[in-house]
Ligand binder design. Structure first.
Ligand SMILES: *[C@@H]1O[C@H](CO)[C@@H](O)[C@H](O)[C@H]1NC(C)=O
Ligand SMILES: *[C@@H]1O[C@H](CO)[C@@H](O)[C@H](O)[C@H]1NC(C)=O
Length: 407
């Protein structure tokens, strides 16, 4: 009986230590356990997930699937732009590029059915507003829809209007070039006095005035897809020809840098859209299309001669702004755009992540012109057609069907 009281003092600390150790062990193993659950993508999605309304088409993986149906169009589509017509330009690897299939994690992505889609759109119009990456998107869309209406014909109005009319369905799908969304105009330097900075003039941006190219179209479209982003950089607007921001017709003082200017323009364009575009118009905002310059920027011999998509584990080293790579701007811009769209009825078309993988799918050196690469460098920004934008079209069509058929 005597040892018992003696045991207690040393036994309890031991017990406490033991339970602390077990707690530690448990908590350090916990992340592995949850990880395991969330990455078990090989198991079929359960009914509950598949039918949930939070199905996220933007997260998933590319799977090489040689049985994937051939693209809806080839180099003969009359709506191509030469520089993106990779089949005609004999780009290597086009078969493989178009054999990768985007497979969202918890839901199915259906291939667009051009007949069904145009049927849904009958007597309605779809408009893209933004920069050349939205035009890249448009061309893919037009070439796909044309399959369902051979009478499709080019539709062009003065200025930056460009699109196609589908007579069988009375549908117009068009693009309005407005690279900054806000109105901007070149103003050459007034005086010839010596200028230490080499200033040649300014690009005046009226942050509170939408560009003429799309200001009057609000009522024409039933669906609008906006973007801006690729022009908001010092390579487009160097210090000799800078962006100067105006509000209410007067220069904003103190002057804003490009990034703050973008923030102000986003706020005011989003406000304008909310006010001027009818509320029953379906509105989307396409997030940044990532670039894939490797080994240098576009003007430093950057290249994108890849024969397969990047791995998921490589994406951050390419695109996370903290790594300060040449392609970091997509995620930076997305953050600002997402903030500006909070609380609005504009749906995010977050095509960035799925496109980040596709370093293999740009026109690169196959630009269809002999000297293009030596003059402009490789094109690691736009996309080959047919190619990745066809998947963007599938996603957009699925979202449109969902919105129009359920609401
Ligand atoms: C075609 O669609 C427009 C709306 O975009 C509509 O105003 C017009 O009446 C339609 N035309 C026909 C012939 O249905
Ligand atoms: C790009 O490549 C060309 C030809 O190889 C070379 O002359 C030029 O200096 C390079 N430019 C840069 C910025 O590396």
């Amino acid at each position: 009986m005597a040892p018992t009281p003696k045991l207690c003092p040393s036994f309890f600390p031991f017990l406490i230590l033991l339970s602390l150790f077990l707690l530690f062990l448990y908590s350090s193993l916990l992340p592995f356990a949850t990880n395991k659950v969330s990455t078990s993508s090989s198991s079929p999605p359960t009914k509950i997930i598949a039918s949930s309304s939070s199905c996220n088409l933007f997260k998933g993986q590319w799977i090489l699937d040689p049985s994937k149906p051939k693209p809806f169009y080839d180099e003969s589509c009359p709506f191509h732009r030469n520089a993106w017509n990779c089949l005609r330009n004999k780009r290597d690897n086009m078969g493989v590029i178009n054999s990768w299939r985007w497979v969202p994690k918890d839901c199915d992505l259906e291939r667009i059915d051009p007949w069904r889609f145009l049927g849904l759109m009958r007597n309605r119009n779809v408009g893209f507003v933004g920069d050349s990456l939205n035009e890249n998107f448009l061309v893919s869309f037009l070439c796909i829809l044309r399959v369902a209406d051979a009478g499709a014909k080019k539709w062009k109005k003065k200025g930056a209007w460009k699109g196609v009319y589908f007579p069988k369905y009375n549908v117009t799908v068009a693009y309005h070039r407005a690279v900054l969304l806000a109105k901007y105009q070149w103003q050459p330097k007034q005086s010839v006095s010596a200028d230490q900075n080499g200033l040649k003039g300014i690009n005046r941006v009226d942050v509170d005035v939408p560009a003429d190219e799309w200001v009057s179209i609000a009522d024409f479209y039933d669906i609008l897809i906006f973007n801006t982003g690729h022009w908001w950089g010092y390579d487009k607007f160097p210090k000799e020809t800078p962006l100067i921001f105006y509000r209410g017709g007067k220069p904003i003082s103190p002057p804003l840098g490009i990034s703050d200017g973008l923030k102000v323009v986003l706020e005011s364009m989003v406000q304008y859209i909310q006010k001027a575009v009818p509320s029953n118009t379906l509105k989307f905002w396409r997030l940044q299309s990532p670039r894939h310059f490797y080994g240098g920027d576009w003007n430093q011999n950057g290249s994108c001669l890849f024969d397969k998509p990047l791995e998921a584990a490589e994406l951050d080293s390419w695109f996370d702004p903290s790594n300060n790579g040449v392609n970091k701007e997509a995620r930076q811009l997305n953050k600002m755009i997402t903030e500006a769209l909070e609380g609005t009825d504009i749906q995010l078309l977050d095509l960035t992540h799925l496109s980040e993988f596709r370093a293999d799918a740009h026109p690169a050196i196959w630009l269809g012109k002999k000297d293009a690469v030596s003059i402009w460098g490789q094109d690691c920004m736009h996309w080959c057609l047919p190619g990745v934008p066809d998947t963007w079209v599938d996603i957009l069509a699925q979202l449109i069907h969902k919105s129009l058929e359920t609401g």
